[in-house]
Design a protein around this ligand. Structure first.
Ligand code: ADP
Ligand code: ASP
Ligand code: MG
Length: 467
């Protein structure tokens, strides 16, 4: 059971999450994976940045806020004086370490990826400490586990990936015996450690991925992602207020959607679940009785929800940039693409969407992922144009593959929008377009109306609870 930032962001939210865990304890012994309380990881990133540029006062003030926030949380949640004092000592110790780290980075005058991960780890360490104590006070049989003894990763700080065999062995040694003894385990998402014990992170939003990995290593029966919306929806409800909850979707649809920008799931969450064929449930901690979304390949579950609609969901990825390379050298020559992509590989820049003609290649990359040196090198291949402030919008659904007329419907829905790029592969389950950022809201709302405004009696879509 993974609870995201908002699901553990206040004393009330933590109490609610604990009651959801308690329900599950009636059915088995859960492993609980937590994010940092909402906003805390962002604050830690800010602290790291401030320490790195020797803005010591700013860093220490923000660290004081992190300390104060968790001491307040503890004050609201824990009643017993003894436990309160014990927990306050733990929080103080963590906050002191954070301040030591700030001073260390300030003295060295350099913020490395390695120390940045160390900064970011405090959020999950603090949230789980408070949560486990609150569960203990309520009489749960609970153990707090430092996931860095289990989640052993490579040394790719900021984007670490687990060393599967070691982790599986660690899970059997550390977590399985606790669960077998009926002890609920509370641990951190997002963080891990290298073999020699240096703290790493799996990348922003990585707690979903941690939960899926742990679920797979445990060979568990379900992976539950508890968040602040009623499951995976037809679009981000912050962009499209009429977005509906999707009852069931396939692993490939969910993975595609996550990679294409739907923040509700970290893009890597689905792979471990697919490997062990474990259903992933995306559920709302604010409405625990709402059905949420089941992500599965189980034909029985999928057939029970027969679905003729074309599109399952619309994903948006903002902060993208189009790079257009135009060169006559492309005409009838081989090797050009190789040279082009070799440059992106050399600079470690991930290319997202591509569209080509005989004389030009357009591609999108994350706006923050490249530098001037890459552009200078690209200019040796041809004329380079760059367009910032664009977003990719992708229409996703397994049924797109064998359907006619989808592109026509997409383009007619977007007839008033300036499309900067278009992409669809032969066997893809998505069609993607790139628009200027100010047009995102119009574009997604038009698309949503086109594909989801018909009265939906399909069992797979639902209005979110409370609406
Ligand atoms: P958590 O802290 O629980 O991990 P996130 O903020 O990472 O939560 O993800 C949940 C958010 O994802 C929602 O509040 C919603 O705004 C956004 N989101 C984007 N696309 C979708 C979608 N297709 N379905 C549901 N939520 C989406
Ligand atoms: N706390 C981390 C973040 O904000 C990981 C997560 O919440 O999934 O990115
Ligand atoms: Mg998240």
């Amino acid at each position: 059971m993974k609870f995201g930032g908002t699901s553990v962001g206040t004393a009330q939210a933590m109490q609610q999450a604990i009651s959801i865990v308690a329900r599950e304890e009636g059915r088995g012994t859960p492993l609980v994976v937590l994010s940092a309380c909402s906003g805390i990881t962002n604050k830690l990133v800010q602290i790291a940045g401030a320490a790195g540029r020797s803005a010591l006062d700013e860093a220490m003030t923000l660290a004081g806020e992190v300390r104060g926030f968790h001491l307040n949380l503890l004050d609201e949640l824990i009643k017993g004086a003894e436990l309160k004092a014990e927990l306050a000592t733990t929080i103080e110790a963590l906050a002191n370490r954070l301040e030591m780290l700030i001073k260390g980075v300030d003295i060295v005058g350099e913020l490395t990826e390695r120390s940045k991960d160390m900064f970011c780890s405090f959020g999950e360490l603090l949230s789980t400490t408070v949560f486990a104590a609150a569960m203990k006070e309520l009489g749960h049989n609970v153990a707090w586990v430092d996931v860095r003894t289990v989640m052993i990763t490579d040394e790719n700080f900021g984007f670490a990936r687990p060393l599967d065999e070691i982790c599986t062995a660690n899970v059997s040694k550390i977590i399985t015996p606790l669960l077998a003894a009926g002890t609920t385990v509370v641990t951190q998402g997002y963080i891990g450690a290298t073999k020699d014990g240096r703290t790493t992170t799996l990348g922003r939003g990585g707690s979903d991925y941690s939960a899926a990995l742990l679920g797979a290593w445990l060979d568990d029966t379900s992976i539950q992602i508890w968040t602040d919306v009623d499951g995976v929806m037809t679009c981000d409800p912050r962009l499209v207020p009429e977005a509906r909850s999707i009852r069931v979707m396939t692993f490939s649809e969910a993975a595609e959607l996550a990679y294409l920008g739907a923040k509700v799931l970290h893009p890597d969450t689905i792979a471990p679940a697919v490997q062990k064929n474990i259903p992933v449930y995306v559920l709302n901690s604010l409405h625990p009785d709402a059905k949420g979304t089941i992500i599965t390949n189980d034909p029985e579950r999928l057939s029970g929800m027969s679905y003729e609609g074309l599109v399952k969901s619309i994903a948006v990825k903002k902060n993208q940039c189009i790079i257009n390379v135009r060169s006559n050298r492309m005409m009838g020559r081989h090797g050009f693409m190789n040279e082009l992509f070799d440059l992106f590989a050399r600079y470690g820049v991930s290319v997202e969407m591509i569209s080509t003609s005989e004389v030009s290649v357009s591609l999108t990359v994350d706006d923050k992922s490249f530098n001037d040196e890459l552009i200078q090198d690209l200019k040796t291949l041809g004329e380079v144009e760059i367009e910032h402030n664009v977003a990719t919008i992708s229409v996703v659904g397994d049924n797109l593959r064998m359907s006619r007329g989808v592109a026509g419907r997409i383009f007619s829905a977007l007839k008033n929008v300036n499309l900067r790029m278009i992409s669809q592969g032969a066997s893809e389950i998505n069609v993607g377009v790139v628009v200027e950022e100010p047009e995102v809201a119009t574009a997604v709302n038009n698309l949503h109306r086109e594909f989801f405004s018909a009265p939906q009696d399909h069992a797979i879509f639902e209005k979110p609870a409370g609406k």
